[in-house]
Design a protein around this ligand. Structure first.
Ligand code: DON
Length: 316
Protein backbone atom coordinates (compact mmCIF):
# COMPACT_ATOMS: atom_id res chain seq x y z
CA UNK A 1 0.00 0.00 0.00
CA UNK A 2 1.30 3.51 -0.81
CA UNK A 3 2.30 6.04 1.84
CA UNK A 4 2.08 3.62 4.79
CA UNK A 5 5.42 2.59 6.20
CA UNK A 6 5.04 0.65 9.37
CA UNK A 7 6.49 -2.44 7.62
CA UNK A 8 10.17 -2.52 6.58
CA UNK A 9 10.73 -1.22 3.05
CA UNK A 10 11.27 -4.00 0.51
CA UNK A 11 13.24 -2.01 -2.06
CA UNK A 12 13.89 -4.94 -4.39
CA UNK A 13 10.14 -5.54 -4.78
CA UNK A 14 9.34 -1.82 -5.07
CA UNK A 15 11.97 -1.22 -7.79
CA UNK A 16 10.97 -4.32 -9.78
CA UNK A 17 7.28 -3.42 -9.41
CA UNK A 18 7.76 0.12 -10.71
CA UNK A 19 9.58 -1.21 -13.77
CA UNK A 20 6.71 -3.64 -14.49
CA UNK A 21 4.24 -0.75 -14.25
CA UNK A 22 6.31 1.41 -16.62
CA UNK A 23 6.79 -1.31 -19.24
CA UNK A 24 3.43 -0.88 -21.01
CA UNK A 25 4.06 2.87 -21.24
CA UNK A 26 7.57 2.71 -22.76
CA UNK A 27 7.99 5.28 -25.50
CA UNK A 28 5.60 7.88 -24.02
CA UNK A 29 6.72 11.49 -24.08
CA UNK A 30 8.79 13.36 -26.62
CA UNK A 31 12.52 12.80 -27.05
CA UNK A 32 14.55 16.05 -27.15
CA UNK A 33 15.35 16.76 -30.77
CA UNK A 34 17.04 20.18 -30.64
CA UNK A 35 20.35 18.36 -30.16
CA UNK A 36 20.35 16.10 -33.25
CA UNK A 37 22.36 13.33 -31.60
CA UNK A 38 19.79 13.05 -28.78
CA UNK A 39 16.95 12.67 -31.29
CA UNK A 40 18.47 9.35 -32.37
CA UNK A 41 17.96 7.67 -28.98
CA UNK A 42 15.36 4.86 -28.87
CA UNK A 43 12.52 6.30 -26.74
CA UNK A 44 11.29 2.87 -25.55
CA UNK A 45 13.83 2.58 -22.73
CA UNK A 46 13.53 2.87 -18.97
CA UNK A 47 16.11 2.32 -16.25
CA UNK A 48 15.95 2.77 -12.50
CA UNK A 49 18.69 2.41 -9.88
CA UNK A 50 18.39 3.00 -6.15
CA UNK A 51 21.61 2.97 -4.16
CA UNK A 52 21.10 3.10 -0.40
CA UNK A 53 23.66 4.83 1.80
CA UNK A 54 25.20 1.48 2.75
CA UNK A 55 26.06 1.10 -0.97
CA UNK A 56 23.44 -1.57 -1.79
CA UNK A 57 22.18 -1.29 -5.38
CA UNK A 58 18.65 -2.14 -6.52
CA UNK A 59 18.09 -1.70 -10.23
CA UNK A 60 15.65 -2.59 -12.98
CA UNK A 61 15.16 -2.24 -16.73
CA UNK A 62 17.83 -0.40 -18.71
CA UNK A 63 19.76 0.67 -15.59
CA UNK A 64 23.08 -0.37 -17.15
CA UNK A 65 22.56 1.47 -20.46
CA UNK A 66 24.57 4.72 -20.70
CA UNK A 67 22.70 7.92 -21.58
CA UNK A 68 23.62 11.57 -21.94
CA UNK A 69 23.42 13.16 -18.49
CA UNK A 70 22.99 16.67 -19.96
CA UNK A 71 21.80 19.13 -17.30
CA UNK A 72 22.32 16.66 -14.46
CA UNK A 73 26.01 17.60 -14.86
CA UNK A 74 25.06 21.02 -13.46
CA UNK A 75 24.66 19.57 -9.95
CA UNK A 76 28.25 18.33 -10.11
CA UNK A 77 29.76 21.50 -11.59
CA UNK A 78 27.96 23.47 -8.87
CA UNK A 79 29.63 21.20 -6.31
CA UNK A 80 33.03 21.86 -7.91
CA UNK A 81 32.40 25.62 -8.02
CA UNK A 82 31.44 25.73 -4.34
CA UNK A 83 34.59 23.77 -3.53
CA UNK A 84 36.77 26.11 -5.54
CA UNK A 85 35.21 29.50 -4.78
CA UNK A 86 32.97 28.93 -1.77
CA UNK A 87 29.97 31.15 -1.13
CA UNK A 88 31.41 33.90 -3.37
CA UNK A 89 29.75 32.15 -6.34
CA UNK A 90 26.46 33.73 -5.26
CA UNK A 91 27.74 37.08 -6.48
CA UNK A 92 27.50 35.61 -9.99
CA UNK A 93 24.34 33.49 -9.85
CA UNK A 94 21.21 33.64 -7.74
CA UNK A 95 19.47 30.96 -5.71
CA UNK A 96 15.86 31.52 -6.69
CA UNK A 97 13.64 29.38 -8.90
CA UNK A 98 13.32 30.97 -12.32
CA UNK A 99 9.77 29.99 -13.23
CA UNK A 100 11.06 30.00 -16.81
CA UNK A 101 12.25 27.41 -19.29
CA UNK A 102 15.80 26.11 -18.83
CA UNK A 103 17.09 28.03 -21.85
CA UNK A 104 15.15 31.27 -21.33
CA UNK A 105 16.92 34.56 -21.98
CA UNK A 106 14.25 37.05 -20.84
CA UNK A 107 15.19 37.31 -17.14
CA UNK A 108 18.85 37.84 -17.98
CA UNK A 109 18.26 41.26 -19.44
CA UNK A 110 16.03 42.45 -16.61
CA UNK A 111 18.52 41.14 -14.04
CA UNK A 112 21.69 42.56 -15.70
CA UNK A 113 23.21 39.27 -16.77
CA UNK A 114 23.00 37.56 -13.35
CA UNK A 115 21.22 34.23 -13.86
CA UNK A 116 18.50 33.30 -11.36
CA UNK A 117 20.09 30.02 -10.29
CA UNK A 118 22.96 27.64 -11.16
CA UNK A 119 20.74 25.12 -12.97
CA UNK A 120 19.11 27.13 -15.75
CA UNK A 121 21.44 27.16 -18.76
CA UNK A 122 22.65 30.73 -18.18
CA UNK A 123 23.46 29.91 -14.54
CA UNK A 124 25.25 26.69 -15.42
CA UNK A 125 27.29 28.52 -18.06
CA UNK A 126 28.24 31.12 -15.41
CA UNK A 127 29.26 28.30 -13.03
CA UNK A 128 31.40 26.68 -15.73
CA UNK A 129 33.01 30.07 -16.36
CA UNK A 130 33.89 30.28 -12.64
CA UNK A 131 35.55 26.86 -12.52
CA UNK A 132 37.43 27.55 -15.75
CA UNK A 133 39.65 30.01 -13.82
CA UNK A 134 43.24 28.76 -13.94
CA UNK A 135 42.48 25.98 -16.45
CA UNK A 136 42.43 25.48 -20.16
CA UNK A 137 39.03 24.24 -21.40
CA UNK A 138 40.57 20.83 -22.12
CA UNK A 139 41.98 20.53 -18.59
CA UNK A 140 38.64 21.45 -17.04
CA UNK A 141 36.75 18.91 -19.17
CA UNK A 142 39.19 16.30 -17.84
CA UNK A 143 38.72 17.52 -14.27
CA UNK A 144 34.91 17.30 -14.46
CA UNK A 145 35.10 13.79 -15.94
CA UNK A 146 37.57 12.69 -13.26
CA UNK A 147 35.30 14.13 -10.56
CA UNK A 148 32.37 12.03 -11.78
CA UNK A 149 34.55 8.92 -12.05
CA UNK A 150 35.76 9.53 -8.50
CA UNK A 151 32.26 10.06 -7.13
CA UNK A 152 30.87 6.97 -8.85
CA UNK A 153 34.06 5.05 -8.08
CA UNK A 154 34.04 3.97 -11.73
CA UNK A 155 36.69 4.78 -14.34
CA UNK A 156 34.54 3.51 -17.22
CA UNK A 157 32.56 6.76 -17.41
CA UNK A 158 33.28 8.63 -20.66
CA UNK A 159 32.22 11.67 -22.65
CA UNK A 160 30.19 11.05 -25.81
CA UNK A 161 32.10 13.27 -28.23
CA UNK A 162 29.39 12.95 -30.92
CA UNK A 163 26.81 14.43 -28.53
CA UNK A 164 29.20 17.26 -27.58
CA UNK A 165 29.87 18.05 -31.24
CA UNK A 166 26.19 17.79 -32.12
CA UNK A 167 25.34 20.36 -29.46
CA UNK A 168 28.27 22.59 -30.39
CA UNK A 169 26.99 22.65 -33.97
CA UNK A 170 23.44 23.60 -33.00
CA UNK A 171 23.64 25.30 -29.57
CA UNK A 172 22.86 28.78 -30.85
CA UNK A 173 20.70 29.62 -27.84
CA UNK A 174 23.55 28.84 -25.44
CA UNK A 175 25.93 30.90 -27.59
CA UNK A 176 23.46 33.77 -27.25
CA UNK A 177 23.15 33.33 -23.46
CA UNK A 178 26.93 33.27 -22.98
CA UNK A 179 27.54 36.31 -25.16
CA UNK A 180 24.67 38.16 -23.49
CA UNK A 181 26.30 37.59 -20.09
CA UNK A 182 29.66 38.66 -21.49
CA UNK A 183 28.05 41.91 -22.69
CA UNK A 184 27.15 42.60 -19.04
CA UNK A 185 30.72 41.82 -17.97
CA UNK A 186 29.42 38.67 -16.24
CA UNK A 187 31.64 36.13 -18.02
CA UNK A 188 35.40 36.08 -17.40
CA UNK A 189 36.39 33.86 -20.32
CA UNK A 190 35.61 33.87 -24.04
CA UNK A 191 32.15 32.42 -24.67
CA UNK A 192 33.54 29.72 -26.97
CA UNK A 193 35.89 28.44 -24.23
CA UNK A 194 33.15 28.28 -21.61
CA UNK A 195 30.70 26.65 -24.00
CA UNK A 196 33.32 24.15 -25.15
CA UNK A 197 33.46 22.89 -21.56
CA UNK A 198 29.69 23.17 -21.01
CA UNK A 199 28.84 21.10 -24.10
CA UNK A 200 31.28 18.39 -23.01
CA UNK A 201 30.05 18.23 -19.39
CA UNK A 202 26.50 17.81 -20.72
CA UNK A 203 27.72 15.04 -23.07
CA UNK A 204 29.06 12.84 -20.25
CA UNK A 205 27.44 9.42 -20.64
CA UNK A 206 26.50 7.45 -17.53
CA UNK A 207 24.08 4.70 -16.70
CA UNK A 208 21.59 4.83 -13.83
CA UNK A 209 23.77 2.78 -11.49
CA UNK A 210 26.81 4.99 -12.07
CA UNK A 211 24.74 8.15 -11.69
CA UNK A 212 23.03 7.03 -8.50
CA UNK A 213 26.44 6.14 -7.05
CA UNK A 214 27.83 9.54 -8.05
CA UNK A 215 24.99 11.29 -6.20
CA UNK A 216 25.36 9.24 -3.03
CA UNK A 217 27.41 11.89 -1.21
CA UNK A 218 24.37 14.19 -1.36
CA UNK A 219 22.25 11.55 0.36
CA UNK A 220 24.90 10.87 2.98
CA UNK A 221 25.70 14.26 4.49
CA UNK A 222 28.47 15.05 1.97
CA UNK A 223 30.52 11.87 2.45
CA UNK A 224 30.68 9.13 -0.16
CA UNK A 225 29.96 5.80 1.51
CA UNK A 226 31.69 4.11 -1.44
CA UNK A 227 35.09 5.54 -0.56
CA UNK A 228 34.55 6.97 2.93
CA UNK A 229 35.87 10.31 1.64
CA UNK A 230 34.22 13.59 2.48
CA UNK A 231 33.27 15.31 -0.79
CA UNK A 232 31.62 18.37 0.76
CA UNK A 233 30.63 19.39 4.27
CA UNK A 234 27.27 18.27 5.69
CA UNK A 235 25.99 21.85 5.45
CA UNK A 236 27.02 22.13 1.79
CA UNK A 237 25.33 18.86 0.86
CA UNK A 238 22.17 20.14 2.52
CA UNK A 239 22.34 23.36 0.54
CA UNK A 240 22.96 21.67 -2.81
CA UNK A 241 19.95 19.47 -2.08
CA UNK A 242 17.89 22.57 -1.30
CA UNK A 243 18.79 24.07 -4.68
CA UNK A 244 17.97 20.82 -6.46
CA UNK A 245 14.57 20.77 -4.79
CA UNK A 246 13.70 24.38 -5.62
CA UNK A 247 15.38 24.78 -9.03
CA UNK A 248 16.39 21.32 -10.34
CA UNK A 249 13.41 20.93 -12.68
CA UNK A 250 13.21 24.53 -13.94
CA UNK A 251 9.60 25.69 -14.34
CA UNK A 252 8.54 22.16 -13.40
CA UNK A 253 10.25 22.31 -9.99
CA UNK A 254 7.06 23.03 -8.06
CA UNK A 255 5.28 20.16 -9.74
CA UNK A 256 8.17 17.79 -9.04
CA UNK A 257 8.21 18.83 -5.36
CA UNK A 258 4.44 18.34 -5.20
CA UNK A 259 4.44 14.88 -6.75
CA UNK A 260 7.83 13.47 -5.71
CA UNK A 261 9.06 15.60 -2.82
CA UNK A 262 12.77 14.91 -3.27
CA UNK A 263 15.69 17.09 -4.38
CA UNK A 264 16.19 16.23 -8.03
CA UNK A 265 18.09 17.30 -11.12
CA UNK A 266 16.81 16.50 -14.58
CA UNK A 267 18.44 16.43 -17.99
CA UNK A 268 17.00 16.56 -21.51
CA UNK A 269 18.57 13.17 -22.18
CA UNK A 270 15.71 11.84 -19.99
CA UNK A 271 17.71 11.23 -16.83
CA UNK A 272 16.84 12.41 -13.32
CA UNK A 273 19.06 12.20 -10.25
CA UNK A 274 17.02 12.31 -7.04
CA UNK A 275 18.26 12.37 -3.47
CA UNK A 276 16.50 10.92 -0.44
CA UNK A 277 18.60 12.48 2.35
CA UNK A 278 19.81 9.92 4.86
CA UNK A 279 18.35 7.11 2.76
CA UNK A 280 19.44 6.73 -0.85
CA UNK A 281 20.49 8.20 -4.16
CA UNK A 282 18.22 7.39 -7.08
CA UNK A 283 18.76 7.64 -10.83
CA UNK A 284 16.04 7.08 -13.35
CA UNK A 285 16.18 7.35 -17.12
CA UNK A 286 13.61 7.29 -19.86
CA UNK A 287 14.16 9.50 -22.93
CA UNK A 288 10.56 10.69 -23.53
CA UNK A 289 10.04 14.12 -21.94
CA UNK A 290 6.97 15.90 -20.56
CA UNK A 291 5.95 19.45 -21.48
CA UNK A 292 8.52 20.92 -19.07
CA UNK A 293 11.36 19.00 -20.71
CA UNK A 294 11.75 16.50 -17.86
CA UNK A 295 11.52 12.71 -18.24
CA UNK A 296 7.85 11.75 -18.28
CA UNK A 297 8.15 8.14 -17.12
CA UNK A 298 11.13 9.04 -14.94
CA UNK A 299 9.06 11.59 -12.99
CA UNK A 300 6.21 9.11 -12.68
CA UNK A 301 8.52 6.36 -11.46
CA UNK A 302 10.02 8.68 -8.83
CA UNK A 303 6.55 9.64 -7.64
CA UNK A 304 5.74 5.96 -7.13
CA UNK A 305 9.08 5.30 -5.43
CA UNK A 306 8.77 8.26 -3.05
CA UNK A 307 5.21 7.29 -2.23
CA UNK A 308 5.96 3.61 -1.58
CA UNK A 309 9.08 4.25 0.50
CA UNK A 310 7.78 7.31 2.35
CA UNK A 311 11.02 9.08 1.38
CA UNK A 312 9.46 12.43 0.41
CA UNK A 313 11.24 15.11 2.43
CA UNK A 314 7.75 16.42 3.25
CA UNK A 315 6.43 13.15 4.63
CA UNK A 316 5.54 13.30 8.29
O1 DON B 1 22.23 23.32 -22.83
C1 DON B 1 21.44 22.50 -23.25
O2 DON B 1 20.47 22.81 -23.90
C2 DON B 1 21.68 21.05 -22.92
N1 DON B 1 23.07 20.70 -23.03
C3 DON B 1 21.23 20.71 -21.53
C4 DON B 1 19.81 21.06 -21.29
C5 DON B 1 19.15 20.23 -20.29
O3 DON B 1 19.49 19.08 -20.03
C6 DON B 1 17.95 20.81 -19.70
N2 DON B 1 17.36 19.91 -18.73
N3 DON B 1 16.33 19.43 -18.63
Amino acid sequence: MDDTHSAPIDLATIVAGIYEEMKPRLGEGKVADYIPQLARVDPAQFGLAVVTIDGTVHSAGDAAVPFSIQSISKAFTLTLALGKHGESIWRRVGREPSGSAFNSIVQLEAEQGKPRNPFINAGAIAITDLILAGHTPKELIGEILRFLRYLANDDEIVIDRDVAQSEAATGFRNVALANFMRSFGKLDHPAEHVLGVYFHQCAIAMNCIQLARAGLFLANGGTSPLTGHSVVSRQRAKRINALMLTCGHYDGSGDFAYHVGLPGKSGVGGGILAVAPGKASIAVWSPGLNQNGNSLLGSLALEKLASRTGWSVFAG
